[in-house]
Structure formats: C-alpha cells, structure tokens
Design a protein around this ligand. Structure first.
Ligand SMILES: C[S@@+](CC[C@H](N)C(=O)[O-])C[C@H]1O[C@@H](n2cnc3c(N)ncnc32)[C@H](O)[C@@H]1O
Length: 347
C-alpha cells in the first residue's frame, strides 16, 4: 500500500481569488451607478422612502428589472432598503445627488458616459502604437472633440467644476495674493477656480485663458466677477501662445492632461511672455502623495487613455519645469488630493 503525499498542484483547488474577481467585475457596479444617476433615483431617494412600483412608474422603467438593479446597489451600499421593503437613501446616496456639497453626480455623468468609456476598448492598441486610445476611437483629440460637442463639453466642465469647487475651496485657502495682483488662469475651464481665487483675494484681477468653444458658458461666480470688472476672458491655444501681462499664472490640473513634450511647449510659450518676477502655481495631484495610491495610478491610466497625459510625482514636476528654466519655490500639500507647486523663472 502506498501513501501519497499530495503535491501542491494536486491539492483541492483553492478558493477563487476573490480580490481579483472583484477587480475584474468592478465595471458592473460602475455601470449600475451610471444608470441609477441617469434615472435620477438618488435625488428621489433623498426626499424619502419609495416603493419599487412608485419608483418604476416615476422613472418609466419595468419594476421587475429595476428591482434587480436596485438590489445590487443595496448590496453595494450605494442605496438602502427599509424594513417595509422600500428603497431609501444611505449616506453615500447623497453624493450622487446634483448640487450636493460633495456630489459626484457630474463625475459619474462624465467619466461613465460612453464617449469616454469607449476609449478603454483601444487601450491595448495605444500601448502598441503610442496613439491615444480616445484619438484612435474618434479620430480627434479629447479637447478638440469637446470644443465641438457642446453636450460633452458641458459634462466635462460640470465634472471639472464639481471637483474645482471641492478642491478649490481648500486650495484657495492656501493662496494669498497682494492687492493689485494680476492672475491668469491658464486652461481655466469655465472660470470656477479663478472666480473663487478672486473672491478670496480682494482687489485682484483675473484673466481666464481657454480654448475657443462652440458654446461659451461660465461659472455664475465668474460671471459675477466679470460684471464687477475683475475678470476677463482671452481665448486661444497655449500650444500657440499664452497671454502676457500677469503677475501670477495658475495651471490647475492642466499638466496632467499632457505628455512631457506637450507640457514643455506650454511652459516655453509661458516663459516667452514673462518679463521677470512672475510666479507659476501648478495645482495637481502628486503621484507620490500619501493620498494618491491605487487611485492615483488608475487616474494615471485614465489620463493616458483619454488624453495621452500622465500623473507626475513632485520630483517629475520639478524636473519638467527645471528643464524649461523654472525653479521650484515651494510644494504645499493641501487637505485635498492636490498639492500646490510654486515656481519662478530662473532668468
Ligand atoms: C483638466 S481641465 C482643468 C480645468 C480647470 N483648470 C480646473 O482645474 O477645473 C484642462 C483645461 O485645459 C483646457 N485646454 C486644453 N487644451 C488647451 C489649449 N490648447 N489651450 C488652452 N486651454 C486648453 C481645457 O479646455 C480644459 O478646460
């Protein structure tokens, strides 16, 4: 009689790698959240408990099918169910309601929209060809597409604006400018961040520099600043030139949209208009910050796929600017995912 010693490969199969399964299937929940938001259900649930039938009628959906979607989101703690079987809001549901202080509604609407979602299908091709996946799918770059597609532009601006408001409130607390300072926000979106900066710093003036768009709409606070004569708009491309005449140049989440070569062109065009003494402030997530982790590296791949851009460490930023003749003056982490890097020209 022989006694056998089980070899590792003969042992009963191990439990499935649950972490990997969760990673593989994470998109299912993303898509359910997108549909929940599209149907406007979070805004309904924060008003009170809803029966399945009433929710289905309100959203024009088939109760039995809606129930399956909602049941999954109950399991994921995105929404809840009370002891009478009615659907209710849980704390995180509020973050999917438009206008909520910490709302990610606009983030869902933009990032999970098929326009951006489809780029991921060409990521393998991007890794082989070097051409940005978005460009492979649409034959156009992200920003060129957006300036022509006003619905997509609005989704993107709203997403940026939502982030700007949350991040802006924290960042702006860290940026004090003397009265009379002229501030240009380069690639400033719809002016939300610049307007908050001007509001925090009395008697300063701001210029929003942005690409010309098919439809120009600005943040209400920015419009207010314009009416007060404290803000103006200049349109153009920073790959051609940057408007001169400012004391301070803000680049809020601009450089992560671009690879080093494109970023260097922007820096050189900025340098061309400096006369001496100006400061550049870069507001970006640092890829090596304590908060970034896997969220930072997934953001890096997002930037790669959609824009051919990249997230950078503080040292990578510093090296990039150093190569264009800028020296770093300070790096200030904030109570948000972004840090503030301050530079001045070395000549
Ligand atoms: C990631 S968004 C950041 C927007 C804003 N600074 C913020 O923090 O919310 C980058 C911005 O750069 C603008 N942009 C892209 N290419 C540009 C170009 N060639 N010239 C000027 N602005 C550009 C985009 O339209 C967009 O609003």
């Amino acid at each position: 009689m022989s006694t056998s010693t089980a070899m590792p490969h003969e042992q009963p199969s191990a439990a499935p790698p649950f972490q990997l399964m969760a990673q593989i299937t994470a998109y299912r929940t993303s898509q359910c959240i997108r549909v929940l938001v599209e149907l406007g259900i979070p805004a309904l649930l924060v008003q009170g408990a809803w029966s399945l039938e009433d929710l289905a009628e309100k959203t024009g959906t088939i109760p039995g099918l809606l129930d399956r979607l909602l049941s999954h989101l109950v399991n994921e703690d995105v929404i809840g169910k009370d002891d009478q079987g009615r659907y209710v809001a849980v704390p995180v549901t509020r973050c999917l309601v438009p206008g909520h202080q910490q709302s990610l509604h606009d983030w869902v609407a933009c990032e999970l929209n098929p326009l951006l979602w489809r780029s991921w299908e060409r990521l393998t091709d991007q890794l082989r060809s070097g051409t940005t996946a978005f460009d492979l799918v649409y034959g156009n770059t992200f920003f060129d597409w957006h300036t022509r597609d006003s619905a997509a532009q609005k989704r993107f601006d709203d997403q940026m604006n939502g982030a700007s408001r949350g991040i802006g409130a924290v960042v702006v607390q860290n940026m004090q400018f003397e009265q009379g300072t002229k501030i240009t926000d380069v690639g400033g979106g719809n002016g939300s961040f610049l307007a908050q900066t001007l509001e925090k710093n009395p008697a300063t003036e701001g210029t929003l520099f942005e690409l010309p768009r098919a439809v120009e709409t600005y943040d209400p606070l920015f419009e207010d600043m314009r009416r007060q004569g404290r803000a103006s708009v200049v349109t153009g491309s920073f790959f051609e030139s940057v408007p001169g005449g400012a004391d301070v140049y803000l680049f809020s989440r601009v450089f992560h949209d671009f690879n080093d070569q494109a970023a260097t062109t922007i820096l050189q065009n900025t340098k061309d208009v400096l006369v001496g003494g100006e400061r550049l402030f870069l507001i970006d997530m640092m890829a090596d910050s304590a908060q970034s982790g896997a969220r930072g590296s997934s953001q890096d791949i997002f930037m790669l796929t959609q824009l051919g851009g990249r997230e950078r460490t503080a040292k990578e930023f510093s090296d990039l600017l150093d190569a264009s003749g800028f020296e770093i003056l300070s790096i200030r982490p904030t109570a948000s995912p972004v840090s503030i890097l301050e530079f001045r020209s070395t000549d």
